[in-house]
Design a protein. Structure first.
Length: 229
């Protein structure tokens, strides 16, 4: 679900978030208000960019809510679960690299994405995880659903990886009862996400659809609840 409603800054000023025509800028990256199926839409976007397809593998944290892993299976890909480290209860960087090497040896190819999770708002080890991801050329999708406002070395979660996912669910720091925000790296990526999330309707005077789209919009009424916070 996405909304065209313009929103105002909703982090504290130190997070440096500025709104502009429906986006929020988080450390220079754009975020768009999105809905309950935010991780789903992100995985669809990754599949479009990084060619995630049936039979591929995507690395995910094992200690997390099912919504972190379910979208992997929607694409026909397979989740590879990584256990937690003691300090943060989040993805263990050492086990992450071990799994990447093992899966490459077993399948002949690297996993297509890495999904670390900010469990209970606790930052994962962004420095080590990003270094490993860069080493093997694997994009990172940050599941910062519970990490809104959390920082790692002063940088807001959701802005380290290629994509960041935030949540406005009923138990989160800011809530619309559902929904969230997707942090995207480029305007082109945002436009692609909006295209698929609004039924993939082509720019034509009639209803024309050339690819399968999804109805992931958020109403302006619900988006206004975020705006009010």
């Amino acid at each position: 679900m996405l909304s065209s409603l313009e929103i105002y800054p909703y982090y504290d000023r130190s997070a440096r978030i500025l709104s502009n025509k429906g986006y929020v800028y988080v450390n220079g990256k754009k975020a768009k208000i999105v809905g309950r199926i935010c991780m789903d839409q992100t995985m669809l976007d990754v599949s479009d960019i990084d060619d995630v397809k049936a039979g591929d593998e995507v690395i995910c944290q094992s200690f997390t809510f099912a919504a972190s892993a379910n979208p992997i299976t929607y694409l026909g890909a397979k989740p590879v679960f990584i256990d937690s480290e003691r300090d943060t209860w989040n993805m263990d960087p050492e086990l992450l690299e071990k799994a990447i090497v093992e899966r490459k040896e077993a399948t002949g190819k690297y996993p297509k994405a890495i999904i670390p999770v900010a469990l209970y708002g606790m930052p994962y080890d962004c420095e080590k995880i990003m270094a490993i991801a860069d080493k093997y050329g694997i994009p990172v999708i940050e599941d910062a659903a519970e990490g809104m406002g959390s920082r790692f070395d002063g940088q807001v979660l959701g802005t380290f990886g290629k994509y960041g996912v935030l949540s406005f669910n009923g138990n989160k720091m800011i809530t619309t009862s559902g929904g969230g925000a997707l942090v995207t790296p480029t305007t082109e990526t945002k436009q692609r996400v909006m295209f698929y999330a609004t039924q993939a309707r082509e720019n034509a005077p009639h209803y024309q659809h050339e690819v399968i789209g999804y109805n992931y919009r958020m109403s302006n009424v619900i988006a206004g609840v975020v705006r009010g916070q």
